[in-house]
Design a protein around this ligand. Structure first.
Ligand SMILES: [Fe+2]
Ligand SMILES: [Fe+2]
Length: 405
């Protein structure tokens, strides 16, 4: 979509001429990298989209006739490849979070050129990786992709009800006997280091917090969808163990960082599911994947190199694709997509991706049963100014691994 001259095409929509001229002024310096078009309402935006291809649409929320939510919903349906961003006044942030499922990113006004730029770059990088042709070919060769677990959706609905209660979440989980057993087994394991025995999902939610339990429910269900006969038990078990351990290291890392709840939530969920692409590939292409597993174990090389050779894509991209399809947050999809190559993602600060990358690499080094030779991208973290943080994370994670084993 990006033009042959490498310029990104960006469509700005706002009913206030002052806002548009402000944006125009602020972004003058970007003209070499972006082609920018400014329009005043949704109808004009749709008309422009029908004539020329765009990479990104950035829309105001509150507009007469067609508001931002409605516009972006239409764009999502008609032009799914266009990255959708809401740029909106502070006061309606709450309303946006509740009502718009159609935007991929939110920015609040006033917004400086730098954050606008980095948001656009990140969103495009993710879109490009998921639009990769070999990935699409592999995915379309898969007969059925797993669907977003229902129990997780029920929990999400309860959480969004405005007044979620621990009892209700506990009750939702209890309806599913298998899930209850699995959750209790997990929370009572050494990973969580809880002081006493937990005997009900309610207690688990009260002690671990809603976010953690929500993430656990999602990962348990996703993993159980793959519990077929095509994947060797040992591989499944090692992957589950690795995912849980990566999750607990991510929690250790997050404790040292000042992040909001949403970021922490995305990071933990991404950690539990970061290697899910391995299961998708192993189940969909059992023979090819078994051969890959064997070769990788013999040669002690990163599994993604072999995947790339055989499929032209990696488990990281395949997993991210599925999460994107389910509409999970971009922060999480990004963390999964780039967990081996954080340097390929244009971020300048601590985001879930960094935590997942470091935690997974540390965990693979500790117990390399399913992947080999994955290293922390030290140079990249230094460039981001996270060198000292990394030292702290490493020593805390080393403590945690000892406790867990
Ligand atoms: Fe991985
Ligand atoms: Fe991993």
């Amino acid at each position: 979509m990006t033009q042959s001259n490498g310029k990104k095409r960006i469509l700005f929509v706002d009913d206030e001429p002052n806002v548009l001229s402000g944006l125009r002024r602020m972004l003058r310096g970007m003209r070499r990298e972006w082609d920018m078009v400014f329009v005043e309402n949704g109808a004009q935006a749709l008309e422009r989209l029908s004539k020329d291809p765009f990479d990104v649409i950035i829309s105001d929320m509150k507009m007469p006739e067609m508001d931002g939510a409605e516009l972006l919903t239409k764009v999502k349906e008609q032009y799914p490849e266009v990255v959708r961003i809401i740029l909106s006044g502070h006061s309606d942030k709450e309303m946006i979070l509740r009502s718009v499922r159609s935007a991929q990113q939110y920015l609040s006004k006033p917004c400086d050129a730098e954050s606008l730029k980095s948001t656009i770059e990140r969103a495009c990088a993710l879109r490009d990786i998921l639009a990769n042709e070999s990935l699409k070919a592999v995915i379309s060769g898969i007969e059925t992709l797993p669907s977003l677990p229902e129990l997780y959706q029920e929990i999400m609905e309860e959480l969004q009800s405005g007044d979620p209660s621990i009892q209700n979440i506990g009750r939702i989980i209890e309806k599913d006997v298998g899930m209850t057993a699995k959750i209790l087994q997990m929370v009572n394991s050494a990973f969580f280091g809880l002081p006493r025995h937990i005997s009900s999902p309610q207690q688990a939610v009260a002690l671990l917090g809603l976010e953690t339990v929500k993430a656990l429910v999602l990962s348990v269900q996703v993993f159980s969808q793959f519990d077929g006969k095509k994947i060797p038990r040992k591989f499944m078990d090692s992957l589950w163990k690795h995912s849980m351990a990566t999750g607990s290291l991510v929690r250790v890392i997050l404790k040292c960082e000042e992040v909001d709840k949403e970021t922490a939530d995305d990071a933990y969920m991404a950690a539990l599911l970061h290697d899910i692409g391995k299961l998708i590939l192993a189940e969909s292409f059992p023979e090819k994947y078994q051969a890959i597993i064997k070769e990788v174990a013999a040669q002690k090389i990163p599994i993604r190199h072999k995947e790339q050779e055989v499929f032209g894509t990696t488990h990281a991209q395949v997993g991210a694709y599925l999460m994107g399809l389910w509409g999970l947050p971009d922060n999480m999809v990004e963390a999964i997509a780039f967990h081996h190559v954080p340097n390929e993602c244009p971020v300048e600060r601590f985001v879930p991706l960094i935590a997942v990358h470091v935690a997974s690499a540390l965990e693979h080094q500790g117990s390399s049963e399913i992947d080999y030779g994955e290293e922390i991208s030290r140079e990249h973290l230094c460039r981001l100014g996270l060198e000292e943080r990394l030292e702290q994370w490493e020593s805390l994670c080393a403590g945690q691994s000892q406790k867990g084993s």
